[in-house]
Ligand binder design. Sequence first.
Ligand code: HSE
Length: 309
Amino acid sequence: MRKIRIFAPATIANMGCGFDVIGFALDEVGDIIEFSVEEGDSLTITNSSDVPLPDDVEKNVMTPVIRKFLEMTGNKAQVCVDIIQNIYPGSGIGASAAASAAAAVGMNELFGKPLDEEQLVVCAMEGENLASGGYHADNAAPAVMGGIVLIRGYEPLDLVKIPIPDNFYCTVIHPHIVVPTKEARAILPKEIPMHDAIVQWGNVGGLVAGLFKGDIGLVGRAMKDVVAEPWRKKFIPGFDSLRGKLLTGAGVLAMNISGSGPSVFALSDSRQKAAAASEIMKSHFAGLGIGAEAYTAKISGRGAGVCVQ
Ligand code: HSE
């Protein structure tokens, strides 16, 4: 029997304007999952974490990922998975992507690395499809590869790693509201007006240019979303007022919904501003009687990999 323990990071998708095309990995927060394989043809998943998850193996996002890996590599195995630590599903920081990335990378390690990073993202997207009803890679790609990743195209998949500016801090708050990704995607319009498209692609270009130039002012100006946020912000109480408080009170560069929510995140150019943002976020949700956890993390260059603990 071969056995391995994998860490896969939490991720933040969209970065404001880049709906389904850009995301980044956070350091420290993530899943820890153990995988073992031996001869046979079966899959079992046990949950040793304190996060409640469906018992049905068919409902676990790792199942289609593992099957895709075995299909792509022409292997058969008796696979046993044990979830040690898990991000809360529905929190908006890439819970399904972290588990999916862990499954893809874990299997790849156990079989001698037959797949490259891009193929691992293809496997991980199977889990995202099960969770949200769509093949999006803006959590899965940074969960597998680390750093900031642009999905230039899906057909075929074209992934671009983007440099991480120095002194770039991310404050995230997870208010205890449930917003399933499937629902947050279903409420979006199927078409957008030309005016909004022009604003959005200008911003995506500005965001990518700002990240390459290390121009964080440009990054902040570009992190504006006129496509998904207007529909989704109603799930997050006091969204506009929180953004106002963070921009003026903490001096953050931008605040946006993390993926499909309900978490929101703010980017800052100093640890002090990130800490101030955390206080403002906590008191915002406490004032509304909503429990929440906040944390500050740096963008991490490290994707899913063998656990070093
Ligand atoms: N891009 C996806 C969305 C991310 O916004 O629906 C889901 O976390």
